[in-house]
Design a protein around this ligand. Structure first.
Ligand code: SAH
Length: 349
C-alpha cells in the first residue's frame, strides 16, 4: 500500500496509463482528495467502480490522526498529529486579518540544534514524506475557520532544505490548481541558511517565497546560535541570497529574533544594517524571541527592542516588528516540541 499523496498529478497519470486507464482520472482523484477531502476511494462517485475498488486496495488517503487540538486565546490553533509509525508532529493554524496561514513541519525533530529553538531538543528522527506534509495541510484546512487556508509556511519543526525533494513535491501539490490551488507567492519556505537549498530553489520553475533565519550580524554570534553558520558563514549565505534575488527578481525575507544579551545590542543593529545595505530586494522581520526556559532564552525588554529597531530605521532599513502568536499553547516559532508532547501523552495513556 502506498500513500496516494506521495504522487504528483503527472506521476498518478503515469500510474493510470500504466494500467491501461485514461489519464484524466488523475485529476478527478486529486480533486476528491485535496478539494473535497474524501477519506475513502469508494466515495469518488465519478470514477468507474472497478477503479475505485482497485485504488482502495493499492493506496491510502489518510495515514495519520489528530491526537490533540489546542486553541490559543489569540485564535491560533495547534494540531498534534500521530503518524502511522507512532511518531508525533505538529502543525499550526494562524488566522490574521484577511489571511489564514497553515504552518507545517517538514521533519520529525531537527538535526541543526539552533541554541534558541525547542524543535531540536529531542534530536532528529526522520524526514517527513510529501504525503505526510500534505496530510498536515488537509487537516489544518479542515480545522481552519471556514475550512480555508490562504497561505502555507514551512516554519514548523525541521529544516525544509534538509528534506528538499519531499518539501518541493508537497509545495507543487499545494500550488496545483487541481489540489489546494494556493499561489506560489503564498507558500513560504524558511531556512536556517542551507546554502545549496537556496541555490536549488533559485533554479526552480516554481518560485516560492524564501525566508532566511538570520538571527545575528556577526559570524561569532551566529555560529554560537546556529551551528550551520560554521558550514555556511554569513558572507556565503548573503552571497547566495544576492544571487537568488538577482536570478529570480523575488524578495527575500530575513527573520531576526531578538534574544536578550545575545544579538540585540546597538553594535548588532549597526552591523546588520551594514550587511544588508547592498541587497535591494528584501524585508526584515524582527521577532522578540519566545522564552524557552530549558534553553535559557529570553526576549529583550521593550525599550531595548525599540532602540534596536530605531537604529535600523536610522540606517534606512525597513524592519517590521512582529508579534508572536500562540504562545500560551506553545505553538509559536521555535516552541514546537513534539517529543515532549509525545512523552506527556504516553505518560497519560
Ligand atoms: N528550520 C527553518 C524553519 C523552522 S523554524 C528555519 O530555521 O528557518 C521557524 C522560525 O522560528 C525560524 O526563523 C526560527 O529561527 C524561529 N525560532 C526558533 N526558535 C525561536 C524562538 N525561541 N523564538 C522565536 N523564534 C524562534
Amino acid at each position: 500500500m502506498r500513500d496516494i499523496k506521495d504522487f504528483t498529478l503527472e506521476e498518478l497519470e503515469g500510474v493510470l496509463k500504466g494500467r491501461g486507464l485514461p489519464a484524466f482520472h488523475a485529476k478527478q482523484i486529486f480533486s476528491w482528495v485535496y478539494k473535497k477531502g474524501a477519506s475513502d476511494f469508494l466515495q469518488m462517485s465519478d470514477l468507474p467502480a472497478p477503479l475505485r475498488k482497485r485504488l482502495k486496495e493499492d493506496f491510502y488517503i489518510y495515514t495519520c490522526e489528530v491526537a490533540r487540538e489546542l486553541k490559543s486565546i489569540d485564535g491560533t490553533e495547534k494540531l498534534l498529529f500521530k503518524l502511522k509509525d507512532k511518531n508525533y508532529i505538529e502543525g499550526v493554524i494562524i488566522p490574521a486579518e484577511g489571511r489564514i496561514t497553515g504552518c507545517v513541519s517538514s521533519q520529525i525533530g531537527c538535526k541543526f540544534a539552533c541554541s534558541f529553538c525547542a524543535s531540536g531538543l529531542a534530536g532528529f528522527k526522520r524526514n517527513l514524506t510529501a504525503g505526510e506534509i500534505l496530510e498536515q495541510v488537509l487537516f489544518l484546512k479542515t480545522y481552519a475557520p471556514e475550512n480555508k487556508l490562504t497561505h502555507i509556511v514551512f516554519m514548523g519543526t525541521g529544516e525544509p532544505f534538509d528534506n528538499y525533494d519531499n518539501v518541493m513535491k508537497a509545495a507543487r501539490i499545494i500550488n496545483s490548481e487541481y489540489a489546494f490551488n494556493i499561489g506560489a507567492r503564498r507558500i513560504s519556505i524558511s531556512t536556517n541558511g542551507v546554502v545549496p537549498g537556496i541555490e536549488k530553489l533559485a533554479a526552480e520553475k516554481l518560485q516560492l517565497e524564501l525566508s532566511v533565519s538570520l538571527h545575528a550580524a556577526f559570524d561569532k554570534t551566529r555560529s554560537a546560535l546556529m551551528p550551520i553558520n560554521k558550514k555556511y558563514p554569513l558572507k556565503e549565505l548573503l552571497s547566495a541570497c544576492k544571487d537568488y534575488i538577482k536570478k529570480t527578481g523575488r524578495l527575500v525575507t530575513f527573520e531576526y529574533i531578538l534574544i536578550k544579551g545575545v544579538n540585540s545590542g546597538l553594535k548588532d543593529a549597526k552591523n546588520l544594517s551594514k550587511m544588508l545595505k547592498g541587497l535591494r530586494l528584501y524585508k526584515i522581520n524582527l521577532i522578540p524571541a519566545n522564552a524557552i526556559k530549558e534553553l535559557n532564552i529570553y526576549p529583550p525588554n521593550n525599550p531595548d527592542i525599540l532602540i534596536f529597531r530605531s537604529q535600523l530605521f536610522k540606517q534606512g532599513l525597513n524592519a517590521i516588528l512582529r508579534k508572536s502568536r500562540g504562545q500560551d499553547i506553545e505553538a509559536a516559532c521555535g516552541q514546537l516540541r513534539f517529543k515532549i508532547e509525545n512523552e506527556t501523552i504516553n505518560r497519560k495513556a
